[in-house]
Design a protein around this ligand. Structure first.
Ligand SMILES: [Zn+2]
Length: 301
């Protein structure tokens, strides 16, 4: 293997993805990924079928993939959070043992990888760089860490609570939140559910109820794409969403007279249905979660 080729390829892939995803704000489709070129020729960043991509020019893996689960089916490989706050990536048995070997080589060479997270069929949120930092053979899994945690948290060694919380926070910020955001915005076709605003830089993925567990990525059905104003209004119970997807504005706000944001942005949304909901039924807000949140809104008013 040519080590300079390995380094050049990873760096170029990193730069290309950053441009193509507008600095990480947009997901990328399979067909867009096929446009990547290296040294003047098309080069695959991701394998179509297999979870692990190891180009023959390299000895270590270039990317890993977590497939989008088919509707109503759990993810085939449940990637979980370990006791140290780092993510576990299960051994792949769909490819060959050489795939796992390519991850072992990534540990040895300490090279950065791209993690493609399926957020819809053929659509991925790339997370990079991530590092394979250890293997836990008895549990048939690898340990993956974002750059900010690498070398600080060592899997298998005792970890104090302070450091564990740091690792957990990093995992959430670098991986769980971006994947949740990309999944929710994609499901709502990049529109605010309340006002239909469609500028990704002004949109958030709001949780309907706070994450119960600290591990894992919240489901899209616990999310709503909301613009910054409507997100905050929802969080402070100025705005509520009924389980039948109708917007309500708190009564004291309705009685207020003020400028256009209050008038159009809030008061006129009262009694109106959501302007954007996911096409796919499985991605729509869960009624039981909406009920729980709406009860909290009612008791706040
Ligand atoms: Zn809005």
């Amino acid at each position: 293997m040519d080590p300079s080729l390995d380094g050049r390829l990873r760096l170029e892939a990193d730069r290309w993805l950053t441009v193509r995803t507008h600095d990480g704000t947009l997901p990328i489709s399979w067909s867009e990924l096929e446009e990547f070129e290296f040294d003047g020729a098309p080069f695959k960043l991701k394998d179509r079928q297999r979870g692990i991509r190891k180009p023959r020019e390299l000895t270590a893996a270039l990317s890993i993939t977590t497939a989008y689960p088919a509707p109503n089916r759990p993810r085939r490989y449940a990637d979980e959070l370990g006791p140290d706050g780092l993510i576990r990536y299960k051994w792949r048995d769909d490819g060959q043992e050489s795939d796992n070997q390519a991850l072992r080589e990534a540990i040895r060479l300490e090279v950065p990888l791209i993690w493609f997270f399926g957020i819809a069929p053929g659509v991925y949120k790339p997370i990079y760089p991530v590092f394979v930092v250890a293997e836990e053979p008895e549990l048939h899994q690898f340990v993956i860490a974002p750059d900010s945690v690498r070398g600080i948290v060592v899997p298998g060694q005792p970890i104090d609570e302070h450091l564990r919380r740091y690792a957990l926070r990093q995992t959430r910020q670098r991986l769980h939140q971006p994947v949740f955001r990309a999944s929710v915005l994609h499901a709502y076709e990049t529109r605010c559910a309340v006002c239909a605003l469609r500028h990704p830089e002004l949109l958030d993925a709001a949780h309907i109820v706070a994450d119960r567990e600290e591990g894992g990525i919240a489901a899209v059905r616990n999310g709503l794409a909301l613009c910054k104003i409507h997100h905050t209004a929802y969080d402070v119970s100025v705005l509520g969403i009924r389980p039948d997807l109708v917007v309500e504005i708190r009564s004291d706000i309705l009685a207020e007279i003020d400028g256009p944001m209050l008038e159009h942005g809030l008061k006129r949304r009262h009694g109106e249905p959501l302007m954007a909901v996911p096409r796919s039924r499985t991605d729509r807000p869960a009624v039981e979660l909406l009920e729980q949140r709406y009860a909290a809104f009612r008791s706040a008013g």
